[in-house]
Unconditional design. Structure first.
Length: 276
């Protein structure tokens, strides 16, 4: 009998929920983490819907990346829950969450620096297909995997760099390769942490265009931690604001950016008179 995967169990949990009610695909409930006496994320409850790109913003030290790490599993919560497709994944480690459908980009340790760009993507395609590792046989017997890998390389504009070692890529191209690996794994949730950090002016539009194209799949959830407000304005359907570990604002970009609490806490300026 085939051993049931984490994704199978979560999907079973989701199928047992009341289909008449709207169950968010991804949700945190009272999510909290303490480091000694410091509460880095303080009781954050938030639901994320398919077809929506949510930007998570806030001043330095607000808890943005810590909250991200709690969702993806890099950190274990002190209390609260992370729910995915109706199942509780709070106790799952990062690899198990990835197998369940949470994909996080821009962690450069995910790349195999000694392999070519094409080999990196092919391995990710192979892993998603559940094919046992055998480099020579896999690519001889599974031509469709090669075709899928080639499609992804074209999608992220890396076809011309397919034979280059991952270690030889520019910073921007390495980040594009990470997006390629995440696309190959077919996650239900795409998570981007400061996607344009350290990139040249020429490289930024390429990665932003990749994320914008991912938004076109209305079945996916996209989460973005970003401090550049021009990036947030260009991509976000929704903004949530963290301040001192608490969720202090949540709504449409124009409304949130104009709100008094964001003007004061995040942008560091006095709000205009009459601003709510």
């Amino acid at each position: 009998m085939r051993r049931r995967s984490v994704r199978d169990r979560i999907n079973d949990d989701a199928s047992r929920t009341d289909t008449a009610s709207v169950t968010p695909s991804l949700e945190t409930r009272d999510l909290t983490i303490r480091f000694g006496g410091h509460v880095a994320v303080d009781g954050v409850t938030c639901a994320f819907q398919p077809g929506e790109l949510t930007a998570i913003v806030g001043p330095n030290g607000a808890g943005k990346t810590t909250y991200f790490n709690l969702i993806s599993g890099q950190l274990r919560a002190t209390s609260g829950q992370v729910l995915f497709n109706g199942g509780d994944i709070t106790a799952l480690a990062t690899p198990a969450r990835a197998r369940a459908g949470l994909g996080r980009a821009f962690q450069l340790t995910n790349l195999f620096p000694g392999l070519t760009v094409a080999e990196n993507v092919r391995l990710a395609v192979q892993a998603e297909a559940g094919v046992h590792y055998d480099m020579l046989r896999v690519w001889r017997d599974h031509k469709e995997l090669i075709a899928r890998a080639d499609e992804i390389l074209e999608e992220v504009a890396l076809s011309s760099r397919r034979e280059a070692l991952a270690s030889a890529l520019s910073h921007g191209d390495q980040r594009k390769l990470e997006v390629a690996l995440m696309i190959a794994l077919k996650p239900q949730v795409f998570m981007f942490d400061e996607p344009t950090a350290g990139m040249s002016v020429d490289e930024v539009p390429v990665v932003l265009d990749l994320i914008a194209r991912l938004k076109q799949d209305r079945a996916k959830i996209i989460l973005l931690v970003e401090h550049k407000m021009d990036v947030v304005r260009s991509l976000a359907d929704r903004i949530i604001v963290l301040h001192n570990g608490r969720l202090v604002a949540d709504g449409k970009p124009a409304e949130v950016i104009a709100s008094k609490i964001v003007q004061e806490a995040y942008l560091g300026v006095a709000p205009q008179e009459g601003t709510p």
